[in-house]
Every structure is written in structure tokens, then in C-alpha cells.
Ligand binder design. Structure first.
Ligand SMILES: Cc1cc2nc3c(=O)[nH]c(=O)nc-3n(C[C@H](O)[C@H](O)[C@H](O)COP(=O)(O)OP(=O)(O)OC[C@H]3O[C@@H](n4cnc5c(N)ncnc54)[C@H](O)[C@@H]3O)c2cc1C
Length: 401
């Protein structure tokens, strides 16, 4: 009987187990350092569990940017439609939201995980929790060393699937400690960096005290060729939220290159410059700026605060200057928030180290899947879909080996 060790009980590892659990001549054990499975998967469920996206597949695969070519075969073999069918078979019905995002009807991960684990166990998959993988004994890829509550343990496996995740939210298990282990075996791993993350922006103390943790709704963000409408959140350090995450790879790379990254907000994307200017040019009689802005264009709260923060006081009475600021407010990101706070990680095992079926060329019979591979994607269900698709591929190839 072939012994397969899957290390990492997240989306990718469980999907690999799913594939292997269907074979009679394979014994599958899933190891994880945490006391229970799928901690990050459950955390994703807290945000509604956006598991995939229903947009046209040609568009869908472009979301993986420079790694589209590497991921496309796995995503073609396991499309968002296949993912929905898989969930349905588990008893989890899904729906497509107005934005095209796919969610389980219950908007939760726990029922899905429960049903899935139940099926895996009933098919004989074993789970060994509180097993922290430390590497290989004497570089022998069949001899895995685990730190367990009863001390160090050596486990022998014919095949190993690594599904160790990235390095965000370390308290959920994915610490990125595997990077050193693989690098010590000569595997090229791209530095893990924050992806879908917030950024530090220098705001004055008054502004921070007044507006931290307030949402900034219905704005448009521009940086380079990127332009998107959405919402963001002001934090005590800067900005975060969906719209910022969507631009985060661009901002992060720009900061890496030039030290800072300036992006531009249009605070009234549904009104033209001319429309705003016309209203702000009306006579204001004795109204204060705050009263006049509110009356003419509904400018108040955090949006008005941003104008006051970035436009010098001498120009606050100038309709032209205020309009310019409303349509093109520059914010300078000075650093991405630490990787631990990010939704996901960029970087990971370089695809050149992998065979087309995800085996490490330098370590025969060792496969990799999920977020630990060198790709990134925006939020929108793209992350989980690619983790599941690569986990599936690794499981299937081990079956056929
Ligand atoms: C707050 C939040 C919300 C999110 N929301 C969404 C969403 O709505 N949609 C979406 O698509 N994506 C979302 N994501 C991202 C998504 O959850 C991850 O990309 C995905 O779960 C990664 O799956 P994975 O199996 O590759 O890794 P993980 O789920 O991180 O699993 C890796 C596992 O390996 C284990 N491990 C690591 N090192 C070791 C070791 N040395 N020994 C033993 N075990 C080890 C860890 O304990 C962990 O269980 C969200 C992420 C966060 C943090």
C-alpha cells in the first residue's frame, strides 16, 4: 500500500486528500501543526466565504497575472463550475452574487468543512494534528521529521504533498517556516510578500484621530493603468479594504522600486469635474465651507476631511482647487502593512522548480500545491479556487504515479 503524507490541512491539502481518498491502494495521512484542520479556510468563511468567481473563464484566468500560464492548466481542469459541482456533491449549494462572486448559500465555511472532513474520514483518510513538519531526516525525502506533543517523530512516506500555505495570519498555522527547509534542499523560493494587504499612509494626527476606521465609499482609485471603483477603509496607519487590496500588488511593487507609491482617488466618480465645479462656483453667501460643500454637492464627513487634510487652507475657498482635489486626490503609500496582516502572500516556490505536474524537480516524489506556490491573485474567490485546483492536481498525479 502506497503511503502518502500530505502536510498542511488547508484547502489545497484537503483537496489533494480528496483525490487520493478515492484509491484503494493508497493510505493517506494529513499532517498539520495546528490542533485542528482548515483554520484559514474557516477564517475566510467569516468574510462570507467567497469561494470562486463566475465571470467568463477567459477573464477569470487573467486574474492570476504573470502566473496565468502556469496556473491555467490546473484551473482548466477544475473550473469555477467544477468547483460548484464539487460543493453541491458535498451537500453545499452555492450562489452567484451580484458582483459575480460565488458563495455557499449559508455564507459560511464551517458546514462545508464539516461535511468534507466527514467524507474524507469515512474514506479512510487519517489526520495527525499537532504535527509540525521540521524537514527531512538526512535529506531522505521519504523520512519526514515532525515535532509532536510527545516529542520528535520520524514518519516514512512514499510520496509527500506539501500544502503549507503562505505566511499571512501566522496564528492560523501558515507561518512560512517551510521556506528555510526547502531552500536548504536547494529549491528556489521567491520571498513571501504581503498580497491583498493594507498600506501605511502618512496622515496628520488630527485626521487620524477623527477618521481612523471610517469607510470611504464609492470612490475610484487610479494608479498607473489601474483604475477601479469601490470602497476602502481608513485605518490608524493608512488604508485597507477591497479597493486597496485590488491595487496592492501594484502599490507594493512600486514601493519596492521607488520607496513610495502615489495613487489617486476620485471622491465623486459619478460626477464630472465640470458638474462639481459648476456647483462649487455658485455664490456661497455667508455659508461656511462645510455648510456650502454639504449643500452644493453633499461633501461631508471623511471625504471633506480628506480635502482639508490635503488642500492648503488658503485654497479651501477656491472652487477650482477643491474640485481638482475631489477628482484627483493624491495619497502616498509609504509601506505595505506587515505580511501577517495580509489576506494572502505573494512569492513562494518558483514554478521553474516544479514539473508540469507540480513535483519538485530536485526532490522526487515531493509535490507542492496551494498558496505556497509563487502566484498571487486579487480577492474575489480566485485564491481559494487556485489552491483547490492545484491541490486537486497534486492528488491526481500521485494517484497515477
Ligand atoms: C481573513 C482572510 C480572509 C480570506 N478570505 C478569502 C475568500 O473569501 N476567498 C478566497 O478565495 N480566499 C480567501 N482568503 C485566502 C485563502 O483563505 C487562502 O489563500 C487559502 O486558504 C490558502 O490555502 P492553502 O491550503 O494553500 O494554505 P492554508 O490554508 O494556509 O493551509 C496551510 C496549512 O499548512 C499548515 N502548516 C504550515 N506549516 C506547517 C508545518 N511546518 N508543519 C505542519 N503544518 C504546517 C498550516 O497550519 C495550515 O493549516 C482569505 C484569507 C484570510 C486570511
Amino acid at each position: 500500500m502506497k503511503q502518502v503524507a500530505i502536510i498542511g490541512a488547508g484547502a489545497a491539502g484537503l483537496m489533494a486528500a480528496e483525490m487520493l481518498s478515492q484509491a484503494a491502494d493508497v493510505r493517506v495521512t494529513v499532517y498539520d501543526s495546528m490542533p485542528s484542520t482548515g483554520r484559514k479556510f474557516l477564517m475566510a468563511g467569516k468574510g462570507g466565504m467567497n469561494i470562486s468567481h463566475a465571470e467568463n473563464f477567459e477573464k477569470f484566468v487573467t486574474r492570476y497575472g504573470t502566473k496565468q500560464a502556469q496556473l491555467e492548466p490546473f484551473l482548466t481542469a477544475f473550473t469555477p463550475t467544477d468547483l460548484r459541482a464539487f460543493l453541491s456533491e458535498l451537500g453545499i449549494e452555492t450562489f452567484v452574487g451580484t458582483s459575480g462572486r460565488i458563495f455557499p448559500k449559508e455564507m459560511k465555511a464551517a458546514p462545508l468543512l464539516r461535511a468534507w472532513l466527514h467524507r474524507l474520514r469515512s474514506r479512510g483518510v487519517q489526520f495527525a494534528m499537532r504535527h509540525r513538519w521540521l524537514g527531512w531526516q538526512n535529506h531522505d525525502t521519504q523520512k519526514l521529521i515532525f515535532d509532536t506533543p510527545t516529542g520528535e517523530k520520524i514518519v516514512t512516506a512514499d510520496v509527500v504533498i506539501l500544502a503549507l500555505g503562505g505566511a499571512s495570519w501566522a496564528k492560523l498555522g501558515s507561518t512560512g517556516a517551510w521556506v528555510d527547509i526547502l531552500q536548504a534542499e536547494g529549491v528556489q523560493v521567491e520571498t513571501l510578500k504581503p498580497s491583498n494587504c493594507g498600506f501605511d499612509v502618512e496622515f496628520g494626527e488630527f485626521f487620524k484621530n477623527r477618521f481612523a476606521f471610517q469607510p470611504l465609499k464609492n470612490v475610484s482609485l487610479k494608479v498607473g493603468n489601474f483604475s477601479q471603483k469601490g470602497d476602502l477603509m481608513l485605518t490608524e496607519n493608512g488604508v485597507e479594504g477591497g479597493l486597496i487590496y485590488a491595487a496592492s500588488a501594484l502599490l507594493r511593487d512600486e514601493i519596492e522600486k521607488n520607496g513610495t507609491a502615489t495613487f489617486y482617488l476620485d471622491l465623486f466618480p459619478d460626477k464630472t469635474h465640470g458638474q462639481l465645479l459648476q456647483k462649487l462656483s455658485k455664490p456661497r453667501s455667508k455659508l461656511s465651507n462645510a455648510q456650502f460643500w454639504r449643500k452644493q454637492i453633499g461633501l461631508e464627513g471623511v471625504k471633506a476631511g480628506l480635502v482639508r487634510e490635503f488642500l492648503s487652507a488658503e485654497f479651501l475657498n477656491s472652487p477650482e482647487k477643491v474640485t481638482d482635489m475631489l477628482k484627483n486626490l493624491p495619497l502616498t503609500a509609504i509601506a505595505p502593512r506587515p505580511i501577517d496582516e495580509a489576506i494572502s502572500s505573494a512569492g513562494g516556490v518558483n514554478f521553474s522548480e516544479l514539473s508540469p505536474d507540480l513535483m519538485l524537480k530536485k526532490l522526487p516524489n515531493v509535490f507542492c500545491a496551494g498558496e505556497m506556490l509563487d502566484w498571487e491573485a486579487p480577492t474575489g474567490g480566485y485564491l481559494l479556487t487556485a489552491c483547490l485546483a492545484t491541490g486537486r492536481a497534486a492528488g491526481l498525479v500521485v494517484l497515477s504515479h
